[in-house]
Write a protein that binds this ligand. Sequence first.
Ligand SMILES: NC(=O)c1ccc[n+]([C@@H]2O[C@H](COP(=O)([O-])OP(=O)(O)OC[C@H]3O[C@@H](n4cnc5c(N)ncnc54)[C@H](OP(=O)(O)O)[C@@H]3O)[C@@H](O)[C@H]2O)c1
Length: 278
Amino acid sequence: MNKTAKDRPMRLVVVGANGRMGRELIRAIAASNNVQLVGAVARPDSAWIGHDSGEMVGIGGNGITLVGEDPLSVFLQADGVVDFTTPAATSVFASLAAQAGIVHIIGTTGLSAHDEETIRAASSRTAIVKSGNMSLGVNLLAALVKQAAQRLRAQDFDIEIVEMHHRRKLDAPSGTALLLGEEAAKGRGVVLDDVSVRGRDGITGKRASGTIGFASLRGGTVVGEHQVIFAGEGERLILSHSAEHRYIYASGAIKAALWARSRPPGLYSMLDVLDFNH
Ligand SMILES: NC(=O)c1ccc[n+]([C@@H]2O[C@H](COP(=O)([O-])OP(=O)(O)OC[C@H]3O[C@@H](n4cnc5c(N)ncnc54)[C@H](OP(=O)(O)O)[C@@H]3O)[C@@H](O)[C@H]2O)c1
């Protein structure tokens, strides 16, 4: 019997291939039988252009060299693109992935409202999975946070979200902290933007009931620590997650790509991929 396109490994391009997550993805794709690396894209002026991506990540030559110019021609040879880059780059890649008609997995955080709009527009033409955190554990945490926020009433329990990341992280609060905040807000039946308090300094006055506070710590090489604190009269419930290795995000992104392969155009999240949205 002839093999259909769906039977063969999914062909993936990694953009931002020389980044921390890009390298992790190249290793994770090499370790999976279900996906195959067919392209590695870096900035056009990157010193890594022309280098073998497998050698770059220490797994031996894989014949896929890093390219910088004309990502669309690389996308046209693939079934999906995995993107942990920057908001500006992700907006461009969203339009190109839609043009090529391939799945776009977006892990990039710090996206502006304008970037989100570009991504939403692209999702009318192809399946996009976007999540501030691709790990199984954090997405389960998000579902638990929503449930706890539903049960612990705003007048009784204050919600504070604390995160810590490595010193090179560019955005704050982390995409994961915002994702957890969104789920807490959903649990309370409110819109996060209406209730979020981003950091405190000086004479802030009393805490307003029903708000969701964020605090961001930066330092060292911390991969990702998140705590959602429900603080009530005489008791606190703390739900937390510790990421020990970036591999958890890379394997989640691959899972998302395989899931999205058979989906109609649309904007999906990891909660959809893991079926935690029910
Ligand atoms: N959703 C999740 O589960 C998750 C997990 C971890 C990280 N993240 C997010 O993923 C993003 C990347 O994180 P990271 O730690 O891997 O950062 P990083 O090490 O700085 O990697 C970003 C990469 O994107 C490249 N890049 C930027 N603009 C580009 C362009 N126009 N074309 C091609 N490549 C381009 C950068 O190239 P240069 O090196 O040349 O600048 C760099 O290699 C961040 O937004 C981070 O918050 C999300």
